[in-house]
Ligand binder design. Structure first.
Ligand SMILES: [Zn+2]
Length: 284
C-alpha cells in the first residue's frame, strides 16, 4: 500500500454509493487530486465535516487502482464555517473553487501558484475584511494570468501601444488602441481599467477606493474574459469528457451537474450560486 500526504483545498464533493464521497482537492504538491472518502456521510464519521468545500486540510492518501483513498484528515484552516455563514463570501468562494477546478484539467499536474492563490482568496473571504466581489475578481484576473489569458489593461492587446485606451474587446485580448479597434468593442470608463490593473497587481488601497458601479463594470469584463477563454479551452480539448463539453456555460461559471451532495453544494446550484456574472457579462 503506497501512502502519500499533501495539503489541499476542497474544491468540491459528490456522492458515491450510500455513505462515501468523492472529494476533489487542489493540493500543494500533487495538483488536482480526486479521492474517495469512505463512510464520510455517516454521522459517526471521524473526518466528514473536515472534507466540506472550502476546507483547507492536510490529508493522507493511499494510492488506489483507480481513485486514491483518503485515510487521514487534519484541518489546516477552517475556512468553510465563516464563508458558508456569509452569502456574498459563499458565492465568491463557490466561483473561486469552480474556476480552480476548471483551470486544472490534468489531475496530478502540479499547480502550486494556483493553489496558493486559492488559499489566499479563501482566507480573505473567511476574514471578511475585504469586499467579496473584489476578492473574487482579483482571484480571477490572477488565475487567468497564470493560465496565459491575462487581459491587456494598460497597453493595446494587438500592437502593445501604451494606453490607457478606451476600447476593450474580450476576443481581441483586452484593451485596443485607436488603430487596432474592432467592431463590437466596449468602452469602459477609465476607472474600470484602473480597478482591473489594481486587482491584478494587488493594489488594494486603489481597488477599495472605487465605487460600486465601477466594480460592477469591472466584474462584467472579468467574467466575459474568463467565459470566453474557458469556452475556447473546452473546444480545444478533444479528449475532454462528454459531460463537460455538453454542459452549457451560463455565466462565467456554469453550474455543475455532479455536485449537489450536501446543503453547501446544493445551494451553489441555485440562481445565486454564481453571483451576477452572466448579466454583467452580457451588459458589458
Ligand atoms: Zn494597437
Amino acid at each position: 500500500m503506497s501512502l502519500y500526504r499533501d495539503t489541499g483545498v476542497v474544491l468540491r464533493v459528490h456522492k458515491l454509493g450510500e455513505a462515501d464521497r468523492i472529494i476533489t482537492l487542489l493540493t500543494r504538491r500533487h495538483g488536482k487530486v480526486r479521492a474517495v472518502a469512505k463512510g464520510v456521510r455517516r454521522t459517526t464519521s471521524r473526518f466528514g465535516a473536515r472534507l466540506e468545500p472550502f476546507g483547507h486540510v492536510d490529508v493522507q492518501f493511499y494510492t488506489g487502482r483507480t481513485l486514491d483513498v483518503v485515510t487521514q484528515v487534519e484541518t489546516v484552516d477552517a475556512f468553510a464555517l465563516p464563508i458558508v455563514g456569509d452569502y456574498q463570501a459563499y458565492t465568491a468562494a463557490s466561483a473561486i473553487t469552480e474556476t480552480a477546478d476548471r483551470l486544472t484539467a490534468e489531475e496530478g499536474e502540479p499547480a502550486l501558484k494556483l493553489y496558493l492563490l486559492v488559499v489566499g482568496a479563501l482566507r480573505a473571504l473567511a476574514d471578511g475584511q475585504r469586499d467579496a466581489s473584489l476578492v473574487l475578481d482579483a482571484f480571477l484576473l490572477r488565475a487567468m494570468a497564470f493560465a496565459g489569458w491575462e487581459p491587456a489593461i494598460t497597453e493595446c492587446a494587438r500592437c502593445g501601444e501604451r494606453g490607457p485606451h478606451s476600447a476593450f474587446n474580450v476576443q481581441a485580448g483586452g484593451s485596443l488602441c485607436g488603430r487596432c479597434r474592432v467592431p463590437g468593442s466596449v468602452h469602459p470608463a477609465p476607472e474600470v481599467l484602473v480597478l482591473l490593473a489594481a486587482l491584478l497587481h494587488g493594489d488594494w488601497s486603489t481597488a477599495e477606493a472605487t465605487t460600486q458601479p465601477v466594480r460592477r463594470d469591472a466584474s462584467g469584463l472579468v467574467a466575459a474574459h474568463l467565459q470566453w477563454h474557458l469556452e475556447r479551452q473546452l473546444r480545444s480539448l478533444p479528449f475532454v469528457e462528454r459531460r463537460a463539453r455538453e454542459a452549457p456555460i451560463t455565466g462565467a461559471l456554469g453550474s455543475d451537474a455532479v455536485s449537489g451532495d450536501t446543503e453547501v453544494t446544493g445551494a451553489a446550484q441555485g440562481t445565486g450560486g454564481t453571483r451576477h456574472v452572466a448579466g454583467d457579462a452580457a451588459g458589458a
